[in-house]
Design a protein around this ligand. Structure first.
Ligand code: ATP
Ligand code: MG
Length: 576
């Protein structure tokens, strides 16, 4: 489904990260090697923001003939699960990227990380602290005040080694001791005030089981993972900028100890993706699922990659999006319409056209013989004749959209009303003769007569000039389907954020900004060729938008389609 990327097709636009890589290559740093990594923590499903990081890391490696690793940053035992590992693998592959044999788990490095911790202790660069968490906070100081040394900071190397070994042996409960780097409690950068590097956690890990009851902190583990894997450029989001001095300090110590060769991996920060009309924080995504606001992690409205796939978004669309939004050093918001437009562009190019009537009412062609039918030819793509044509059966009874008929037309209405002529697309020109109604005055059928010499593609067709062009499905041949009309999950661009005019002190909850109309289920009528398509087939339903056969619930004989995106952006003028 997704096409592979080669160096030729990899993104080629210039950005500050590429400039840095090219400068390193010119200088011969790392012998010109480019090795990046995408380091998800397997504690949740990947979201649209991760797609940006994936495209950046894999794209960069491809552009410079390097490799990108898929590394599971599984250093926190309590929240991580194999289920997430599998889903992450599937999503990164789906986006079109390949890491070859370079799949790694941070947990495989636990023995080396513990050895490095012991080395730091021996070198006088780490110590076991026994302050309570609350005391540690007090000693840490603030942005304006320096911290104070812990009374345990001057423990001897022997004492620290013994305590760390006892921590590892499981002699102490969680939170009683912690291993800290010994740097500088007066540093203006709080991250350098003796950061914690190992903590006690009596918890089973999804891969190492009960082997360990001490686990490395993320800030200690991540640089080591990068160095072990010979990563050259370690790309991360801006929040980690203040952590860079520790990243460099730690790797310097370990290089001095002879564990790593220079040049060491270089951390480079970029702005994370912020997208309007969704939330991209794992905690909020969990709340949406657990609170029952969506139908699970792969609900097509969820900004997860498994949700995107089910919605019909495409890997190519995400890659174009990543390219378009680019890489920057300052945080900003990208409008959801940019992502939707990237999907539309790719779908417009690749999706075959089909006909679906979403709100059906019967149209009876009163002068067409009963029991008869004939085929009409329809192109699969208006701009791509190579995609061929299909036939659509025409008959006496057709489904049309309810909104395509008005008994008393409003000004400018060009579709069906008594006396008006329209073309039934790919078929005949018809003239409306009236309608049938039930006792309550609801239209139950629209009546018309057709012109036998007006069939599209025949010489007589050109003699008819009409302004309306309607889509239709034969009642006798069409298939009934469940169609899910998905829209944006949130009705407000910045869910939960205060807006102009809010009373002072008003706190908003992002859940209050959920779009009540983000999902609508309808029964639609589809042209018969749609009865036999595979799950995940994507189409443009003419006049309606792009749709995908549901990945899991679409079945032969019982079609289920999800709306991926409408043909045009309807959010530009809210209320219109
Ligand atoms: P957590 O809050 O649990 O740390 P996370 O979103 O950072 O969540 P990770 O699994 O640690 O999740 O992320 C993997 C990689 O994806 C990291 O390198 C991270 O910087 C990157 N990433 C996460 N969110 C975004 C985003 N919105 N835009 C760009 N990159 C992102
Ligand atoms: Mg993270």
């Amino acid at each position: 489904m997704s096409s592979a990327i080669t160096p030729e097709t990899a993104p080629s636009s210039q950005n500050f990260i590429r400039a840095a890589v090219e400068a390193d290559q010119r200088a011969g740093k790392w012998g010109g090697r480019v090795e990046t990594r995408f380091p998800p923590e397997p504690n949740g499903y990947l979201h649209y923001g991760h797609a940006k990081s994936i495209c950046l890391n894999f794209g960069l490696a491809q552009a410079y003939g390097g490799v990108c690793h898929l590394r599971f940053d599984d250093t926190n035992p309590t929240k991580e699960e194999q289920e997430y590992v599998d889903a992450i693998v599937e999503s990164v592959r789906w986006l079109g990227f390949d890491w070859g044999e370079h799949q790694y788990f941070a947990s495989d490095y636990f023995p080396r990380m513990a050895a490095f911790a012991e080395y730091l202790i021996s070198a006088g660069k780490a110590y076991v602290d026994s302050l309570s968490a609350e005391q540690m906070r007090e000693y840490r100081g603030t942005l304006t005040e320096p911290g104070r040394n812990s009374p345990y900071r001057d423990r001897t190397v022997a004492e620290n080694l013994e305590l760390f070994n006892r921590m590892k042996a499981g002699e102490f409960p969680d939170g009683t001791h912690i291993l800290r780097a010994r740097i500088d409690m007066a540093s203006p950068n709080i991250n350098m005030r003796d950061p914690a590097i190992y903590r006690i956690r009596h918890a089973s890990h999804h891969r190492t089981g009960d082997t360990w009851c001490v686990y490395p902190m993320y800030t200690f583990a991540h640089p080591i993972e990068d160095a072990i894997e010979h990563i050259t450029h370690s790309l991360c989001t801006l929040e980690f900028e203040d952590q860079r001095p520790f990243y460099e300090w730690l790797l310097e110590q370990l290089a001095e100890g002879g564990f790593f060769e220079r040049p060491l991996p270089q951390q480079i920060e970029f702005a994370r993706l912020n997208l309007t009309y969704v939330v991209l924080s794992k905690r909020k995504l969990i709340d949406l699922v657990e609170g029952g606001h969506v139908d699970g992690w792969d609900d097509p409205r969820m900004p997860t990659l498994i949700g995107a796939r089910r919605r019909g978004f495409t890997p190519e669309g995400f890659r174009n999006f990543a390219e378009r939004v680019g890489i920057s050093k300052s945080n900003s918001w990208i409008d959801m319409s940019v992502l939707e437009e990237c999907m539309r562009e790719h779908l417009n190019d690749t999706a075959e056209r089909r006909v679906a009537v979403l709100d059906p009412v019967k149209l009876i062609v009163t002068n067409y013989p009963e029991g008869q039918s004939e085929e009409c030819n329809a192109p699969n793509h208006p701009l791509k004749p190579e995609l061929g044509t299909r036939t659509m059966p025409f008959g006496r009874e057709l489904w049309i959209e309810r909104e395509d008929f008005m008994e008393v037309p409003v000004k400018g209405f060009r579709r069906l009303f008594p006396g008006n002529r329209v073309r039934l697309r790919y078929g005949f020109v018809v003239e409306c003769t009236g309608c049938e109604k039930d006792a309550d005055g609801n239209v139950t059928a629209v009546l018309c007569e057709y012109f036998p010499d007006s069939k599209s593609g025949t010489p007589g067709a050109d003699n008819y000039k009409v302004k309306g062009n309607l889509h239709w499905v034969s009642v006798a041949h069409g298939v009934e389907a469940e169609v899910r009309l998905y829209d944006r999950l949130f009705a407000h661009p910045h869910p939960g954020q205060r807006r102009e005019g809010d009373a002072e002190g008003l706190e908003r909850d992002y859940l209050d900004d959920l779009n009540p109309d983000s999902k609508r289920l309808i029964r639609a009528r589809l042209e018969p060729s749609l009865a036999h398509v595979a799950p995940e087939s994507r189409f443009q339903f003419e006049r309606h938008g792009y749709f995908v056969a549901d990945r899991f619930e679409h079945r032969e004989g019982s079609p289920v389609f999800n709306r991926t995106v409408t043909l045009k952006d309807s959010w530009k003028n809210p209320g219109s």
